[in-house]
Each structure stands twice: as structure tokens, then as C-alpha cells.
Ligand binder design. Sequence first.
Ligand SMILES: C[S@@+](CC[C@H](N)C(=O)[O-])C[C@H]1O[C@@H](n2cnc3c(N)ncnc32)[C@H](O)[C@@H]1O
Length: 226
Amino acid sequence: MERTFVRRTGRMTHGQRRALAALLPVYGASLFEQKGRNIDFEKIFGNADPVVVEIGFGMGEATAVIAENNPDVNYMGMEVHTPGLGRLLMEIERRGLKNIRVAACDAVEAFNAVNAESIFGIHLFFPDPWPKKRHRKRRIIQKPFTDTLASKLRVGGYLYMVTDWTEYADAALAELSATTGLENAYARFAPRQTWRPKTKFEERARAEGREIRELFFVKSPPAEFF
Ligand SMILES: C[S@@+](CC[C@H](N)C(=O)[O-])C[C@H]1O[C@@H](n2cnc3c(N)ncnc32)[C@H](O)[C@@H]1O
């Protein structure tokens, strides 16, 4: 699969730099420290609470609020953009959150090391839309990666995607609908999930006249259950 991101060397604020140095050792999870071994979420979080993985949390604005509102769920944020990692680490400290860990990694690679049926949810808020036709193969929501995502969810778990790019939303709806093990919880697009905080990114999209589309799929039991 093509890279779903371009590495940006965005400038870091002093606070973000400090947070990376001081807090990454505390709240960072180095997912690949045991080569060849799969990710042990119980060890990472120190408990067996359900795990939600967020792919590409950006500055982590939504991540921190959702984690604060759901202390009995563990949130694993994956991001490649270093200033964003620093920003979320600052927020974890400021809010005193115990249920978030961050990983500086390519989620597409990291998901290979997630055990089958081991996670409760996947969040993808405004993934890079790659609007140009020649770039579409970089979109994260497409087969076969959607098969990988589905295989890692436990039965009853969910995948929640939000995008401000309607053409990507249509394509993602088709890809997810065609993914074995996933079932759309709604007829087509989902209504706004009220528990998801509005971010600056979303407000800007609305202000610029882009429509927000939500997709909410649930992991269904294997066919042989019936
Ligand atoms: C358009 S931004 C949206 C950020 C945030 N979710 C929000 O709603 O503001 C998409 C983010 O996904 C990250 N990203 C893209 N592909 C990724 C991957 N394979 N693994 C981890 N992060 C990725 C990018 O670095 C970027 O920060």
C-alpha cells in the first residue's frame, strides 16, 4: 500500500518540544519494541479496559476530550506528525489523563502488529482526502487495509470515520460496505455522533462550505455463527 501521508517537518513550539522530550517516555508506546511480537495493550495501559485506536489524531483536540469523557476506555493515538504528538502530550498532562497513549508510527504498519479481534473501536477523523485522481491510492480507507482493520475489531466493535470530502465519503462507503465482517450501523451515512467534539478543523471545513459525512460500521459475528 502507498504511504497515506507525506512527512511534514512542521515547526514545533517550545511547549511541544518539551512535551515530546519529557512526556513521550511516560505516555508514549513504542509498539515495535519487541520485534515480531504483537502489541500488548494490557501491558501498555496496565489494565484490560477496551481499547480504541485513533489513526491520525492531528493535534489531538478531539482525542483528549473523548478520553476525558470516557475514563473506562483506553485510547491509543497513532500519528506521524511530530508537532501533533507534542501537542497531545501537553494536553494529556494538563488534563491529567490516564487512559491515553500515543505512538509515533505509521498506522498502516502498526496495524500488522495488532492482534486479531483485540480492539473495541477505530477512529478516523478527517483522514487525508487525497483528492487528486492520481493520489487516490494513498487513501487509507480502501481495500485491503479495510480488511485488516475489520480483522482487528472484536465482534460488536466499531469503526467510525468522519470526512469533509464527499467524494471520499462515497468511496469509503463503498469500500467499507464491501469489507467482510463490517456492517453499516445506518442505511448510508451516519448522523453526527453527538459525543464527538467539534474541532477547529471541522469548523473551518463547514465555514468553507464543505459538508461533513460520518460513517459508522460495526463488526459483525462470522457467518458460521448462524
Ligand atoms: C487531515 S489530518 C486530520 C487530523 C485530525 N484527525 C483532525 O480531525 O483534525 C490527517 C492526519 O492523519 C495523519 N496520518 C495520515 N496517514 C497516517 C498514518 N498512516 N499513520 C498515522 N497518521 C497518519 C496525518 O499526519 C495527519 O495529521
